[in-house]
Ligand binder design. Structure first.
Ligand SMILES: *Cc1c(COP(=O)(O)O)cnc(C)c1O
Length: 400
């Protein structure tokens, strides 16, 4: 899936430049690195691509979320509104920051329903995290407007829709901050890695300090003499990741272009299936086409169709039954089984609210995800594979 399918000489060349200097750290060693700053250059190109002022390379999409929440001064006792349908990392990052994730409903785009922000808001709510799932954008204009009215910060989790846009503006440039992942499955990959972007100098500085032990990165003095105002930790990206990121970012438009062609072919094959519907897009021209989501009137038909496709060599996912992407299925989270024996932050005295992870609070997610099937769209799809998919769809047609 995505960038991992098309590693080539570009990635090798970028990494070789780093290995030839031997400087794997992004900071310091200014003489030995011979002018090579891969992470810094990757950040500059990434920020430019998104039309934002600042980008910070970090170790993963999960740490990017934690860093952004910390930069936004999210504190123990705060509540953060998060869609029920997302990868578990979005919830984990909120918990890592000491705050409480509040599960909200999705709309027909399979992303956070802006209407549910008002419903889930409490006196403790500080921020909302729309997640652009499966390659396509949430109703981001409406989400930002609603959050503004309620004085909530918006952090876009754009781990899954890098390169996507809404009305020509890149996803990730709408909220106060946004995060991205470059893990091995994502649209572009650095093996592991992530990025935080923002237009705010203040939020950028706090993220930058926090991600590197508080270092203020005043490059006029030696690293050992740099100042600090807050404590931090180590979430630094290394130069080999920066090198891979640069080579992969330059292939992003190509990746999305190929995925769009492949998705259009499969969508055309599915269009003739009786009773089929497709995921709603607020701006289909901004879809990154990493996934194709389609639905039936009921869960029984969806399950039958999924089974028939699988028997013919084509696997599709029903996310209501998935262990890692749907909040009601996370039995350890529901039991407040955090990695500390005091169940912090849920059982902490700092928290005055009463979070409830009941499926009654997310009726649309329960309905939509149960009758929606999702197919991953690769960059490379051979004629044989397309034929196999066509045959599978043809056979599955008769069961719905
Ligand atoms: C992959 C992903 C993350 C976490 O990224 P990692 O780099 O794997 O830590 C966060 N949110 C979403 C929606 C993701 O898909």
């Amino acid at each position: 899936m995505g960038g991992n399918e098309i590693f080539g000489n570009e990635e090798i060349q970028e990494c070789m430049e780093v290995l030839q200097t031997g400087i794997l750290m992004r900071y310091n060693f200014d003489k030995e690195r011979k002018g090579i700053f891969k992470v810094r250059t990757f950040e500059e190109e990434f920020a430019r691509f998104h039309g934002v002022k600042h980008a910070l390379g970090v170790t993963s999409g999960s740490t990017a979320l934690k860093i952004a929440l910390t930069a936004m001064d999210i504190c123990p006792g705060d509540e953060i509104i998060v869609p029920a349908f997302t990868f578990i990392a979005t919830y984990e990052a909120v918990i890592e920051a000491g705050a409480i994730p509040v599960m909200a409903d999705i709309d027909e785009s399979l992303n956070l329903d802006p209407k549910d922000i008002v419903t889930k808001m409490t006196p403790y709510t500080k921020a909302v995290i729309p997640v652009h799932m499966c390659g396509a954008g949430a109703n981001i204009e409406q989400i930002v407007a609603t959050a503004k009215n309620l004085q909530l910060l918006v952090l876009e989790d754009n781990a899954q829709a890098l390169g996507g846009s809404y009305k020509g503006q890149k996803l990730g440039s709408f909220g106060a901050m946004a995060t991205f992942s470059f893990d091995y499955y994502k649209t572009i990959t650095t093996g592991e890695g992530g990025m935080v972007i923002t237009n705010s100098k203040n939020l950028y500085e706090r993220a930058d300090w926090y991600h590197d032990h508080g270092h203020d990165h005043d490059h006029t003095v030696s690293r050992a003499m740099e100042g600090r105002t807050i404590l931090g930790f180590n979430y630094r990206m290394n130069e080999l990741q920066g090198a891979l990121g640069l080579a992969q970012l330059r292939k992003l438009e190509y990746i999305i272009g190929e995925q769009r062609k492949n998705k259009a072919r499969v969508k055309e094959m599915l269009a003739s299936v009786k009773g089929i519907g497709f995921r709603k897009h607020f701006d289909e021209s901004g879809d990154t086409a990493t996934f194709l989501a389609f639905n039936f009137e009921g869960a029984a038909k969806a399950m039958a169709f999924q089974k028939a496709l699988g028997e013919n060599g084509v696997d599709v996912v029903c996310f209501k039954n998935n262990k890692w992407h749907y909040c009601p299925n996370w039995e350890h989270l529901l039991a407040w089984s955090t990695a500390n024996s005091r169940k912090f932050p849920f059982a902490s005295n700092d928290y005055r609210g009463k979070v409830e992870y009941s499926i009654r609070n997310i009726p649309q997610a329960e309905d939509l995800l149960g009758r929606t099937l999702v197919m991953g769209i690769p960059v490379k799809m051979s004629a044989e594979r397309l034929q196999q998919i066509e045959k599978a769809i043809d056979r599955a047609k008769s069961v719905v």
